[in-house]
Design a binder for this molecule. Structure first.
Ligand code: ADP
Ligand code: ASP
Ligand code: MG
Length: 407
């Protein structure tokens, strides 16, 4: 009998009616003759609501207590979904992450799964039950509750699929698959039938939140066939994320992503000497702030250079304060900061063998008079940082320029 892991995201379980609809789908699926493990998110908006509550009590909420708080969202949905299944006459049982030994490291708020004990789940499956597991959560070796970062239920589902050696992991959400770009920004976005792990990984890490990055890493590492589909329609087909070899026709550009979480900081007029990048970035990394893009310009004036980088907007104020003190230490001229920037990226395996993609991208942005502030490239992606007010315009004009709306 096939073993399938399904995950239902926040919107899909956002109301009691939706939970009941999902329960009906699960029941029908099970009657088709498969063993089912289902992982769910908190009802939509719940996690964000609880983060706000915590911040009203404590300026910088304790990370440990935050995890205790946030995991309650998923605990609500596993119980309600199991009840809805039982009500339909479908035998089901719910488990928290700790109960099925989803062991993680101890990094509260962004823990990584180290192992999952599949024994208990397998026994329940053998009894004919649907096993409902709370997404987004685990427990560390000392018994502390942990969470996997925003969007982490995707990762729970894929990790469960890998641990149980499932035949497929299905991620049910509010869109019917992975599109050439966020369909909420470009209505002409087209659904992809399949996409490689490598491209999906790039898309996820460049801001496409349809799948959490770590879920794609897991799927790729353990070769879990992963499908993204809609929980809102009947008989969805969705998008299969699979190995590059399994994809029939490979487009040059697969997708366009955007990331609104960027903020840019620049140090103007730093002495152009060895060790400058190190001196600027090491206090930033010591403060546990991740740096994304980096640009050092050619000396504008004799012996002086400008150094710019981007960080997550949540870290903007902290990074700005650190850079101010670095500015004094290095006798630089000034700090410039801008948290109204976004990153827009083109992703495609076909770029490896095609020259001129970057030029075409810059040309399309130039045509719309969009100024490029930073550029980063890798084998299969090109990213630019631009003013956030041009986000939609940039995404749509690139989508059009690369003919992504056409089959
Ligand atoms: P869930 O709550 O089910 O986990 P998410 O909101 O995390 O759902 O992810 C689904 C959303 O991802 C979509 O509503 C869509 O706006 C967004 N998204 C961003 N990029 C893409 C893309 N390339 N294809 C499909 N959806 C995308
Ligand atoms: N509930 C968590 C969040 O909102 C995890 C998830 O939905 O995947 O980030
Ligand atoms: Mg999500």
């Amino acid at each position: 009998m096939a073993l399938i892991v399904q995950k239902y995201g926040g919107t899909s379980v956002g109301s009691l009616a939706r939970i009941q609809t999902v329960a009906q789908k699960i029941k029908t699926f099970k009657e088709g003759g498969a063993q089912l493990v289902v992982s769910v998110s908190a009802m939509s908006g719940e996690t964000s609501r609880m983060i706000k509550l915590a911040k009203e009590i404590q300026d910088v909420p304790s990370l440990r207590e935050m995890d205790v708080l946030l995991t309650t969202g998923e605990q609500v949905t596993i119980a309600l979904l199991s009840m809805a299944l039982q009500q339909l006459g479908c035998d089901a049982i719910s488990y928290t992450g700790a109960q099925v030994q989803i062991i993680t490291d101890s990094k509260h708020g962004k823990a990584r799964i180290k192992s999952i004990d599949g024994h208990r789940i397998r026994s329940r499956l053998d009894e004919g039950k649907v096993v409902v597991v709370a997404g987004f959560q685990g427990i560390d070796e000392f018994g502390h509750i942990t969470t996997l970062g925003r969007g982490g239920s995707d990762t729970t589902a894929v990790a469960l699929a890998a641990a149980l050696n499932a035949d497929e992991c299905q991620i049910y959400t509010d869109v019917d698959g992975v599109y050439t770009t966020d369909p909420n920004i470009e209505p002409k976005a087209r659904k992809m039938r399949s996409v490689s792990y490598e491209e999906m990984l790039e898309m996820a890490s460049l801001g496409s939140k349809v799948l959490q990055i770590r879920s794609v890493e897991f799927a790729s590492k353990y070769q879990v066939p992963l499908r993204v589909l809609s929980s809102m329609i009947d008989k969805p087909i969705g998008t299969l994320i699979t190995r590059e070899e399994n994809i029939m026709e490979q487009a040059i550009i697969s997708g366009i992503t955007h990331n609104k979480d960027e903020a840019k900081l620049s140090l103007i007029g730093v002495p152009d000497k060895p060790g400058i990048a190190y001196k600027i970035l090491s206090p930033i990394s010591e403060a546990n702030i991740e740096v994304d893009m980096i640009v050092q310009s050619v000396s504008a004036r004799e012996g002086l250079t400008n150094f710019a980088f981007t960080v997550h907007r949540n870290d903007f104020n902290k990074a700005q304060a650190i850079l101010q003190s670095t500015c004094k230490k290095l006798s630089a001229i000034a700090v410039q900061s801008d948290d109204k920037v976004v990153k827009v990226s083109l992703v495609g395996i076909g770029m490896r063998s095609h020259a001129g993609i970057a030029t075409q991208m810059f040309g399309a942005l130039d045509k719309e008079n969009i100024n490029i502030q930073m550029i980063a490239t890798s084998e299969i992606k090109i990213s630019v940082v631009i003013d956030e007010k041009y986000l939609e315009l940039a995404v749509r004009s690139l989508h059009n320029a690369f003919g992504l709306d056409k089959e």
